[in-house]
Design a protein around this ligand. Structure first.
Ligand SMILES: Cc1ncc(COP(=O)(O)O)c(C=O)c1O
Length: 434
């Protein structure tokens, strides 16, 4: 049985198919649970879908991968091999990009709160600083001068556009903490300051509307606003920005049968706006797009084993050996991951899949219609490749799960399971009595 076939069957809702049962049983036996399993080919397919949508429509283009979705170096490497460049939010992510083989000069560093040492580290590696505010700009200028280098900078702009997504992942609205506001001449003043400060080379402009965006309207409005502003910078400050980054945020279907904005639909919607505004501008900057979720979410699933099943006067709970320590999204923002019960075809009933974290809020899936599993059965949570392992913690003193990458007929451990010893690795021996 092909490993990939088992994973694809489960994704397609055929988790009772012998191929799915064989593959999940094998992976769980060899690697234990909870376990993250990624399909390399799905990551390549997503990268190619993005490339196929944008490359023919935008002659000057750079596609990036937002590492925050999944920082495993083996996954980052797959995306670099597809021609994507890294977009990162911390020194740790810069390091992950470098470990995966990226050149520092190809890395874009966006964060609304960069520490002095992160700024230094970025500058030492010629990373492009995507500046969030004027305080940070002054620090970047001082750091570059001190290090005897030139900091390439862009600004993250808050365009004041609502792309209609969950509040917690809506980043381009005026009240969000991110970026320099476009309105009120604030962004213009920021660019003016940047041209005056020493040690800086102003290269481009960036924005990111939010995550899990499923309609094109927000991107269209943003593209118009950003390009009109780029024209203002050219005409009034004589600045010629070399790129316009419209961020990531492309959503994926989280439900069976759901259809969401495809990269073609987005590229199609942006193309006429881009062409019209570029003609007015008089030169063509590079268009940058930087998705995270779109590239890796569907490749990954989290496999857990059922510890027990309990029927209370109110509900039936399926208690599994994973929780919000391994998959935070349901508890953090009510995200819904489809659940597949492996090897069961009994008529569905309404169940809650509960995590093993000692918190009332640790419900991985509420009120789902699923075949009733028994203790020892395996369940898979789909679309967990983005913001899944990346957000995992050791809460409740549970070691981090392992990660396995299925590629063709091989399943390779790309992160071994955490150990109980590691839980205490950084505690001084004296303090723990060891
Ligand atoms: C600046 C920036 N770029 C890209 C992304 C990737 O977003 P997504 O995974 O929704 O594509 C994020 C996510 O929060 C972000 O903050």
């Amino acid at each position: 049985v092909s490993l990939r076939e088992g994973l694809l069957r489960a994704r397609a809702g055929e988790a009772d198919h012998p191929a799915a049962v064989a593959v999940f049983s094998l992976l769980a036996k060899e690697h234990g649970t909870p376990l993250y399993v990624y399909d390399a080919e799905t990551i390549r397919e997503q990268a190619r879908a993005l490339t196929a949508a944008f490359v023919p429509r935008f002659p000057r283009l750079k596609l990036r991968y937002a590492l925050k979705a999944n920082t495993n170096v083996h996954i980052v490497r797959l995306l670099l091999a597809e021609g994507l460049s890294p977009e990162v939010v911390s020194e740790g992510e810069i390091r992950a990009a470098l470990l995966a083989g990226a050149r520092g000069a190809d890395v874009l560093f966006t964060s609304s709160s960069k520490s002095p040492s992160e700024i230094d580290f970025a500058l030492r590696h010629d990373v492009l600083l995507n500046v969030d505010n004027l305080d940070e700009l002054a620090q970047a200028s001082a750091a570059a001068t001190r290090l005897g280098t030139t900091a390439r900078v862009s600004f993250r702009i808050n365009p004041g556009v609502d792309p209609d997504t969950l509040h917690q992942i809506n980043t381009g609205i005026a009240e969000s903490k991110f970026g320099v506001h476009l309105d009120g001449g604030i962004a213009r003043a920021a660019y003016e300051t940047a041209t005056r400060l020493p040690g800086l080379s102003v290269t481009g402009i960036h924005c990111h509307l939010g995550s899990q965006i499923t309609e094109t309207a927000g991107y269209e409005e943003t593209a118009r606003k950003m390009l009109a502003f780029v024209r203002e910078l050219k005409e009034e400050l004589g600045l010629r920005l070399s790129f316009v980054d419209l961020g990531g945020g492309l959503g994926i279907p989280f439900r069976d049968g759901e259809s969401v904005m495809s990269p073609e639909r987005l590229a199609d919607a942006l193309k006429p706006i881009w062409e019209e505004e570029v003609a007015r501008l008089g030169y063509e900057p590079e268009l940058w797009i930087e998705p995270g979720r779109f590239l890796v979410a569907q490749s990954g699933l989290m496999v857990a084993r059922v510890n027990s099943v309990k029927t209370t006067p109110v509900k039936t709970f399926v208690n599994v050996d994973a929780g919000f320590n391994t998959l935070l999204r349901p508890a953090m923002y009510g995200a819904e991951h489809r659940v597949r019960v492996v090897g069961k075809s009994t008529p569905p009933m309404v169940l809650d899949v509960a995590g093993d974290v000692c918190e009332t809020g640790d419900i991985l899936a509420a009120d789902r219609s699923l075949p009733r599993p028994e203790a020892g059965d395996l369940v898979a949570f789909l679309d967990a490749g983005a913001y899944g392992f990346a957000m995992a913690s050791e809460y409740n003193a549970r070691p981090l799960p392992a990660e396995v990458l299925v590629d063709g007929d091989t399943a390779r451990v790309i992160r071994r399971r955490g150990t109980f010893e590691e839980l205490h690795r950084s505690e001084p021996a004296g303090a723990t009595g060891r």
